[in-house]
Design a protein around this ligand. Structure first.
Ligand code: ZN
Length: 307
């Protein structure tokens, strides 16, 4: 089906206590793995591209690959910009047909983050595209911060409420204990903080850096407002290991497909595992709507019909 926006999906997720997996892709094999896994699990899915992925594949390739992948399945697929760095990049992605945007102004002073987020929301909302914003900062694993330092960066619930009131953002990435690019699953989320941010903002919350978070913590967070969960490192790891495995199996082959097809399979297995953990498996019926509410999603923007 055509791409859908993340708006209804995330509202539904928060209401029914599941999370939509938002999986990062950099190349065709990763896009295929993610969308095929979603189709097999009958789950809605968000395919997201980072600034690095756009530099690597090119914006036109990234957008086209995801559109084609979505057109081949009958579960809802969203094309989302992950960590959009500025206003211009968001406008370029809007023009390229993205159905969900993000501006990450979390490193900026509050007022500046508000001003740019609002500007992006204003333009995106004209054509019905939702925007994710970020407040509080999710640390990077290579910053080697202490537990106290990670805590000091966390999202403040009152400030979050003010931020959403001023910007009109549709979802909010919260800093609540996870760390980007973490490879061991040791982080515990601050569930009380997630609960407080959701109660004050009443919008779907987004978890970044999920690869390093304990599964029990993720399951709990889904109950209290986390409706989109980003997964990147865990998939990249599987892809790279799959390439090595494929090369080892066929050491004399010059055919790259031997390695890439193993890599694609490894990513697919991990996406299926995460979709089940996030409780989004089995949500979509054969008509392409939610199992208990069979209706069509708003398809893309610029006059996409509803119902
Ligand atoms: Zn992130």
């Amino acid at each position: 089906m055509p791409l859908v926006t993340s708006k209804e999906l995330l509202q539904r997720a928060v209401q029914d206590h599941f999370a939509v997996g938002a999986f990062n892709a950099n190349c065709m094999e990763q896009v295929q793995a993610i969308v095929e896994a979603a189709q097999e699990e009958r789950a809605p899915v968000i395919l997201q591209v980072s600034q690095g992925a756009i530099r690597y594949a090119g914006l036109a390739y990234a957008a086209s690959l995801v559109k084609i992948a979505a057109s081949l399945v009958d579960v809802p697929v969203v094309l989302h910009l992950d960590h959009g760095t500025d206003y211009e990049q968001n406008v370029r992605c809007l023009h390229a047909g993205f159905t969900s945007l993000m501006f990450d102004g979390s490193k900026l002073p509050f007022e500046e983050n508000v001003a740019i987020t609002k500007k992006i929301c204003d333009i995106a909302h004209i054509v019905g595209i939702p925007v994710e914003a970020e407040l509080g900062r999710v640390a990077q694993s290579d910053e080697h911060l202490t537990k106290e330092q990670v805590e000091a960066l966390m999202t403040d619930p009152d400030q979050a409420a003010e931020f959403i009131r001023l910007t009109g953002a549709d979802s909010l990435a919260v800093a609540c204990g996870s760390v980007h690019a973490m490879r061991s699953q040791e982080a515990e989320l601050d569930i009380a903080r997630i609960k407080a941010v959701y109660e004050k903002t009443r919008i779907p919350l987004v978890l970044h850096g999920s690869s390093g978070v304990r599964e029990s913590s993720i399951e709990e967070a889904i109950q209290y407002g986390i409706a989109k969960i980003n997964v990147a490192t865990y998939l990249n790891e599987a892809f790279t290991e799959g390439i090595k495995e494929g090369l080892a199996k066929h050491p004399d082959s010059v055919d790259p497909r031997h390695a890439l097809s193993v890599a694609r399979e490894r990513v697919k297995e991990r996406v299926r595992e995460k979709i089940r953990l996030f409780k989004s498996a089995g949500r979509i019926s054969s008509s392409g709507g939610f199992v208990d509410a069979p209706r069509q999603f708003r398809s893309a923007h610029l006059g996409g019909a509803e119902e």
